[in-house]
Design a protein. Structure first.
Lengths: 114, 116
């Protein structure tokens, strides 16, 4: 399957520290997206990075993409307790027949302690 | 712009019953995708509709079906409910077109289905 895999499965840090989560995937992609999910609720879209981009920033978020290694990382700087959530990466597939379908990993559970 | 809305938010059913979930996409979006999320299996793709046509389908039994209306609103139906169908059902909307520089999928809050 093309399912992404996040690493680590769980991450626990103090407020003010940086949090880094990694994602690996298996086949070529058009885009990779990161989402946040608070306990049992919907997915909040954080950022999309295209396959021809290497880095994107959005506020305290920094995403990198290395298509040669089929991996991405999400960095949250100066974390806050409100960042506590599960974080998922989602990839599409570089094939038209899979339009509209995203492949998700199992997520990283981030806990930020005040 | 209003976000993706899903109704109902919570649902309790018994085995053997059927259920219909509704999803209203962001205005202008023509693609609606459905996902099932469970602790054991994670997020799994059910199907995707674009302009009233099912364009893509995941590996779920025929008890799971859907449709899309001309205003892009979508419904998902599960017949003959089983205990294992208890899950958070999420829908996502996007423009769904190739060739766009970005094609983010935005998710609704989900419908929590409990089957007793």
């Amino acid at each position: 399957s093309q399912q992404g895999e996040e690493d680590p499965q769980a991450l626990s840090i103090q407020e003010g520290e940086n949090a880094t989560m990694n994602c690996s995937y298996k086949t070529s992609i058009n885009n990779l997206q990161w989402y946040r999910q608070n306990s049992g609720r919907g997915l909040v879209h954080l950022i999309l990075i295209r396959s021809n981009e290497r880095e994107k920033h959005s506020g305290r978020l920094r995403v990198t993409l290395d298509t040669s290694k089929k991996s991405s990382s999400l960095l949250i700087t100066a974390s806050r307790a409100a960042d506590t959530a599960s974080y998922f990466c989602a990839t599409d597939a570089d094939r038209g027949s899979t339009l509209g379908r995203l492949y998700f990993g199992r997520g990283t559970q981030l806990t930020v302690w005040p | 712009k209003a976000g993706v809305t899903q109704t109902p938010r919570y649902l309790i059913k018994t085995r053997g019953q059927q259920v219909t979930l509704s999803c209203s996409p962001i205005s202008g979006h023509r693609s609606v995708s459905w996902y099932q999320q469970t602790p054991g299996q994670g997020l799994q793709f059910l199907f995707e509709y674009f302009s009233e046509t099912q364009r893509n389908k995941g590996n779920f039994p025929g008890r799971f079906s859907g449709r899309q209306f001309s205003n892009s609103r979508s419904e998902m139906n599960v017949s003959t409910l089983e205990l294992g169908d208890s899950a958070l059902y999420l829908c996502a909307s996007s423009y769904g077109l190739t060739g766009l520089p970005y094609n983010e999928q935005f998710f609704g809050p989900g419908t929590r289905l409990t089957v007793l």
